[in-house]
Design a protein around this ligand. Structure first.
Ligand code: NAD
Ligand code: UGA
Length: 458
């Protein structure tokens, strides 16, 4: 079959895979190919054991795969035949050299730029899908301009706003699609070509076009604002514990103000995920590099508060269990950084597990989707067991610490769990998802976040 356009995506990860599957589903006349250097990942995309867990993703992939959606490791061929190339490779925090621990590691990104320059034999639109420091497009342009074939490349920015666990519905019904381009004739035309893809299923007024730098920076700012809300409510949760106020009631009262809004105000053991921390640190690094130290300090506090909240949770567990967890069995209920994903990148569970193991607790990690990743995160650490079934995990345990807000945990039979545990039995609800009064009535000593604790101790 002859396709109207060939779209390539370099990077078959959490963003590349789902985004391209949805584009393929909505644009059956476009050929969409996703390539990656990771052959194992590509193989998994070709089977029904997809490399990532996302509700509804398999159905979308199955509908388009082999029709107009293809997965391959042949990056050179993919580049040659593409009209539009999305780049969604990883951009982690640098772990070495200048800017280590703050700046984005752009080595994977730059490698793709050189590959495009090397293999391209005709004009192409290059779409930044990865989250990048503001003005990265300029570097991409400089590399591509090195080509001796006289090829014109137009670089546009189309940052992704999907959240894991809801990737498919976010892609099908996005709040907005953002496209930044040079404000020149070819730049605006390229932006229109990308807008034409999304306008197949996204209302025109939700497709925002801006200049390149605004699009790049908006992505970092959106994540910073979201994370800031979580750190703000988490900061207040600490104050609630001192004053008898209830952070859930505060979230509701404050979030009822339409100007503030109710979402992203759930107190927690802290935000995790591959992006919030990395993107804020990157923002901080960029501000510092422009000499904007006050701005940098302001945003850095969001990350600092997140670290404080994770640490505070661990300290609460130890303190309330009579200042020692040595030899005690503690169940981590959930390990993914949020519900409905198997992803554990930057999960607060990693910090909690490491700290409790340092205190010589025995851990049982339970999660419906994330145990494979948990095993990798905690590899080499003694004293950890892995158990998918929460009931089996709880047998002989002294405490349960809720790490992830999986719905299944709200419906557990805690009478049965309590009966199988050692006494006194504790619940530390790092997500405030359980019915605390009911747990107390069963016999648990209950420690929520930012709410009064409920204990049977006189
Ligand atoms: P990921 O690690 O899951 O996937 C990236 C993929 O790129 C990997 O499979 C890797 O093998 C591949 N890759 C790296 N270099 C390559 C190269 N030279 N050629 C071909 N493939 C290469 O990462 P992700 O979570 O999909 O994130 C990708 C980007 O999107 C990041 O910049 C991230 O900040 C951003 N983002 C992520 C999310 C999310 O929810 N995970 C949401 C929005 C934006
Ligand atoms: C986040 C953003 O929501 C996406 O828009 C963005 O595209 C993405 O980062 C990215 O750039 O990678 P994600 O990290 O997948 O998405 O998930 P979120 O739903 O934002 O949750 C992030 C963390 O915050 C999780 O650990 C979650 O449990 C926590 N959280 C969220 C809270 O602690 N409280 C809340 O009220 C909301």
């Amino acid at each position: 079959m002859k396709f109207a356009k060939n779209i390539l995506c370099i990077g078959a990860g959490y963003v590349g895979g789902p985004t391209m599957a949805v584009i393929a589903a909505k644009c059956p006349d476009y050929k969409v190919t996703v390539v990656d250097i990771n052959a194992e990942r590509i193989r998994a995309w070709q089977t029904d054991e997809l490399p990532i867990f996302e509700p509804g993703l398999l159905e979308v992939v199955q509908a388009a795969r082999g029709r107009n959606l293809f997965f391959s490791t042949d990056i050179a061929a993919g580049i040659r035949s593409a009209d539009i190339i999305f780049v969604s490779v990883n951009t982690p925090t640098k772990t070495f050299g200048h800017g280590a621990g703050m700046a984005s590691d752009l080595q994977y990104w730059e490698k793709t730029a050189h590959e495009i320059e090397k293999y391209a034999d005709g004009p192409k639109i290059i779409v930044e899908k990865s989250t990048l420091p503001v003005r990265t497009a300029e570097a991409m342009e400089h590399i591509l301009q090195e080509n001796k074939k006289g090829i014109h490349f137009e670089v546009v920015s189309n940052p992704e706003f999907l959240a894991e666990g809801s990737a498919v519905s976010d892609l099908l019904d996005p709040d907005r699609v953002l496209i930044g381009s040079r404000q020149s004739g070819p730049g605006l035309q390229a932006a229109q070509e990308i807008a034409a893809i999304f306008s197949r299923w996204v209302a025109k007024d939700r497709i925002i076009t801006t200049n390149l730098w605004s699009a790049e920076l908006s992505k970092l700012v959106a994540n910073a604002f979201l994370a800031q809300r979580i750190s703000s409510i988490n900061a207040i949760s600490a104050l609630c514990e001192k004053t008898g106020a209830d952070v859930g009631e505060i979230s509701f009262a404050v979030g009822s103000d339409k100007r503030i809004g109710s979402r992203f105000l759930n107190a927690s053991i802290g935000f995790g995920g591959s992006c919030f921390k990395k993107d804020i640190l990157n923002l901080v690094y960029i501000c510092r590099s422009y000499g904007l130290d006050e701005v940098a300090d302001y945003w850095q506090a969001v990350v600092k508060m997140n670290e404080y909240q994770q640490e505070r949770f661990v300290r609460m567990v130890i303190k309330e269990m009579f200042q020692t967890v040595v030899g005690k069995k503690v169940v981590l209920l959930g390990f993914a950084f949020k519900a409905n994903t198997g992803d554990t990148r930057e999960s607060p569970g990693i910090h909690v597990a490491r700290k409790l193991l340092e205190e010589r607790a025995r851990l049982v990690v339970s999660d419906p989707q994330a145990l494979e990743n948990a095993r990798k995160d905690l590899a080499g650490l003694a004293g950890v067991e892995y158990e998918t079934d929460p009931y089996r995990a709880a047998v002989d345990a002294q405490a349960i610490a809720v790490i992830t807000e999986w719905d299944v945990y709200k419906k557990l039979d805690f009478v049965r769990i309590f009966a199988s545990m050692r006494k006194p039995a504790f619940v530390f609800d790092g997500r405030n998802i359980l019915d605390h009064q009911q747990l107390f009535n069963i016999g648990f000593n209950v420690f929520p976040l930012g709410k009064p604790s409920l204990t049977h101790f006189k």
